[in-house]
Design a protein around this ligand. Structure first.
Ligand code: ZN
Length: 85
């Protein structure tokens, strides 16, 4: 298991990896944005900022295939830095 950056489809909860998925492409409408086009039968198309990607723990097989289904990935909590007083 390794940690990779991914973005989850809000509709079907499939997780796509930025580094390996062909479903993620740079947005044509805005710089700094990406477009996720989910795979059929899910019709979802979403645009997101690079900083909304999150780290997930997944198997290397899932990472190489470009996506992981619900239950195949585990969200990794990043501790927030301490806030200045
Ligand atoms: Zn979807």
């Amino acid at each position: 298991m390794a940690i990779h950056m991914g973005i989850m489809c809000e509709s079907c909860r499939k997780l796509y990896f930025v580094a390996t998925s062909r479903a993620i492409k740079p947005s044509v409408s805005a710089a700094e944005m990406y477009r996720l086009k989910c795979t059929p039968p899910c019709p979802e198309v979403t645009e997101f900022r690079k900083d909304s990607m999150r780290p997930y723990r997944v198997s290397e097989d899932a990472f190489r295939s470009g996506y992981a289904k619900e239950g195949e990935y585990q969200f990794v909590e990043i501790p927030k830095p301490p806030q200045p007083p």
